[in-house]
Design a protein. Structure first.
Length: 239
């Protein structure tokens, strides 16, 4: 079904590289303005943007409101646009449906006007974890399973991974108060509100903060996905 009226889109192409869980890439779309109104992005949060949803195989939304990409030029009625758009894959790996659409920011998606989104069934692969680097200070000792657990989280889709910190008894009179949020115990916390201390990071990420003098990574808003997992335990012989 194709909509009718001022805002009508006909999709013609979607080109992409292999898709890895949690990873960001640029894909190329081609769309035709089959309506009577021009398409334009009018500002950083106003006008038409390319965007997308990730759905399961039954059409249920897994990730709504994907990254926005402004139109690189105005598209008059009857014209075509072929350009790249930013896409971040869902977590975890698996089979998904990608639905690309145009959104009039703060108002509606063109699919809500009767237009068909551009849909593709995609197999999302595990993320390549070969570039992972750990940032441990001298005297840090991860548990035997630390690296295997961190790698599994990277492959699940997380570019930044961190866990609990244990300070060896007798080294300090008391645990540094800055490390209280990192006390051992518990499990995964995907919205951990503190920097990840002694993290494992996929390139090109680098530590951008420190906590109690330790290397740390503070996630950026809508940046690379991250995970705190308290089962990842690093023991410190000194701080």
């Amino acid at each position: 079904m194709t909509g009718s009226g001022p805002l009508v889109v006909r999709w013609h192409a979607l080109d992409h590289a292999p898709v890895e869980a949690g990873a960001r890439q640029l894909v190329t779309v081609e769309a035709e303005n089959a309506g009577s109104a021009p398409w334009r992005t009018r500002g950083p949060g106003e006008g038409l943007f390319l965007a997308y949803h990730w759905l399961d195989e039954r059409g249920n939304a897994i990730v709504w409101d994907g990254l926005r990409t402004p139109l690189e030029r105005e598209v008059e009625p009857g014209g075509r646009l072929r350009q790249t758009m930013a896409l971040r894959a869902p977590i975890p790996p698996g089979r998904y449906r990608l639905a690309v659409d145009l959104v009039e920011e703060h108002r509606f998606w063109l699919a809500e006007l009767g237009n068909e989104p551009l849909e593709r069934k995609l197999e999302v692969a595990p993320r390549d974890a070969s570039s992972a680097r750990t940032f441990f200070p001298a005297g840090a000792e991860p548990t035997d399973d630390w690296h295997a657990r961190a790698r599994a989280l990277h492959e699940e889709g997380y570019a930044a991974v961190g866990g609990a910190i244990e300070v060896e008894r007798g080294v300090l009179r008391r645990r540094p108060p800055e490390l209280e949020p990192y006390a051992p115990g518990g499990g995964r916390h995907p919205r951990f509100p503190y920097p990840l201390v002694c993290p494992s990071l996929l390139a090109p990420l680098e530590p951008n903060d420190e906590v109690a003098g330790l290397p740390a990574y503070r996630p950026e808003d809508r940046g690379e996905p991250f995970m705190f997992d308290a089962r990842l335990l690093v023991r410190l012989k000194g701080v």
